[in-house]
Design a protein around this ligand. Sequence first.
Ligand code: ATP
Ligand code: MG
Length: 262
Amino acid sequence: MMVEIPDSHPRKHSLMSRQRIVDGLAKGILADSAMIAHGRGEAFDYLLGEKTTDSARLAIEEAARRLKRAKKPVISVNGNTVVLAGKELIRVAAVLSCPIEVNLYYRTPERVNGLLSILSSDKKDVARELKPEGFDREWVAAVESVELLGENPDAQIEGLEGPRSLCTSNGIGECDTILVPLEDGDRCEALVMSGKEVIVVDLNPLSRSSIGATVTIVDEISRAADILLKEILSDGENSGKWDNNEVIRRALSTIADSMNTI
Ligand code: ATP
Ligand code: MG
């Protein structure tokens, strides 16, 4: 049950996100490890100042460019991502005309179906919203056409074994570019090895996912998704060469600088 948090509370957003994870766990749609992953994210977010840094913004701009030019983009979501940023990512998928695939490390049919039904109801809410600024097609049709995948995996991510290797051929299987927030390092590595462009959103700049990705957005997923939507809808310029290690170094340097605030 959602506890009432007064608007005046300085950390309202963070407390509400935490409550969403607690509720998701109580409903059985998240695995126990969801709390561990969330707690780790909160700790890094504190050190990053709980805001989108300049270097994260550069990574979001690069991600927008790559997703726009992709032939077959896909957004892969796990449980935490759905409860924290389901609606935000449906808007992104509607604008990109790409599917969203539920892809779980601890896959059970109940969790996959529970998360797909949250996304279906998020889709209905998002379809009722005003279309985002800069979007010139019909909004309701764009939102309704976002395919939600993951219920019937019919392919495997190369180089992985067991249930965590399963995916959908029309989604992760055949995509050329994948936006994959909060991904496990091993799976991220397998996706990169299979030749895909892998865009990770992860608050831990030193996670294996962050280090192995093609583009790493070191930011909180719901904040990053809102900015990503705006970037996709704007005419960004070409960046030329992308140095992913540079954004990781800059995130670490922001964390180191946080010590100078005391
Ligand atoms: P790896 O295998 O990549 O080294 P890991 O074992 O840390 O990483 P997970 O346990 O799946 O992998 O961790 C999830 C990651 O997501 C953590 O690095 C955490 O910092 C990050 N994270 C958690 N919540 C959020 C959030 N809301 N937004 C962005 N990142 C988050
Ligand atoms: Mg990780």
